[in-house]
Design a protein around this ligand. Structure first.
Ligand SMILES: COc1ccc(Cn2ccc3ccc(-c4cc(N)[nH]n4)cc32)cc1
Length: 236
């Protein structure tokens, strides 16, 4: 990863991801973009051609940085931007199959487009958005993307079932989850979950997922392949 705020990416070395690194399941290197500046002010930005608010990150510094960081085994360059294509669970799976990913964290109003155009001559460049809202820089997006990708790597999650079955894997939202106590502040756990009847439990969970998806994300239902919903689903 390349950033002018390398410490913003320190959380990637905590908890589950930190353990995955110490277990050798993945390697993480964070570079400070300013290492590739040569002027005393270590300038990384300049005014935008055509005018407009804010500053744009200079191509020379990013070009030199990516020349070095992209050298070595083939990598895919991931560049978070509000103007990117949506980052989805499908793209997370695609990224998780890559041997090497390089993340360019922009700041200001973004990176001079020629940096991405030049990189695209050598590697696959993915400009991705993590949602329809504007952040201040790419680091938070990289934290989200890396977490979504690394949890899919074999051995990272204690329970591999959870990655295979988590929401968005079957195209629906996760339903409600419960644990002890059976009654908490007058609220009881749905009886079916304590029935031990796993066919009934699976049906109940599927119904809750369908209901929630229908209520909160009807777009996901529309996107389901025709054969994804069985007769019982449709009866809901
Ligand atoms: C209007 O154009 C703008 C362009 C960039 C910015 C700030 N900024 C600079 C680099 C950078 C990288 C990613 C993102 C981002 C990604 C998502 N999903 N939201 N925001 C934001 C970023 C503000 C405004």
């Amino acid at each position: 990863m390349v950033s002018i705020f390398p410490s913003y990416l320190a959380p990637l070395r905590e908890a589950l991801l930190g353990r995955a690194i110490s277990r050798g399941l993945l390697e993480l290197t964070v570079h400070d973009l300013r290492a590739w500046t040569h002027d005393v002010h270590q300038a990384v930005d300049d005014s935008p051609y055509g005018g407009g608010p804010g500053m744009v990150m200079r191509p020379q510094v990013w070009g030199d940085a990516l020349d070095d960081v992209l050298a070595g085994p083939p990598a895919r360059l991931v560049v978070p931007t509000p103007a990117g294509r949506p980052f989805t669970q499908a793209l997370a799976r695609e990224f998780s199959a890559e041997e090497r990913l390089v993340f360019a964290c922009g700041r200001y109003e973004g990176i001079d487009q020629r940096v991405l155009d030049d990189a695209a001559r050598r590697v696959t460049v993915d400009e991705v958005s993590i949602g329809d809202y504007v952040l201040v820089g790419g680091e938070v997006a990289v934290l989200a993307i890396v977490e979504a990708v690394v949890r899919l790597l074999p051995g990272v999650l204690g329970n591999p079932r959870s990655a295979a079955e988590d929401s968005f894997s079957d195209g629906l939202l996760e339903g409600p989850a419960y644990t002890r106590p059976e009654v908490w502040r007058g609220l009881a756990v749905p009886d079916v979950l304590r029935s031990g009847n796993h066919a009934l439990i699976d049906r109940w969970r599927r119904d809750r997922s369908l209901e929630r998806t229908h209520r909160r994300r009807p777009d996901l239902l529309e996107a389901l392949p025709a054969d994804a919903l069985d007769r019982a689903d449709r009866a809901l």
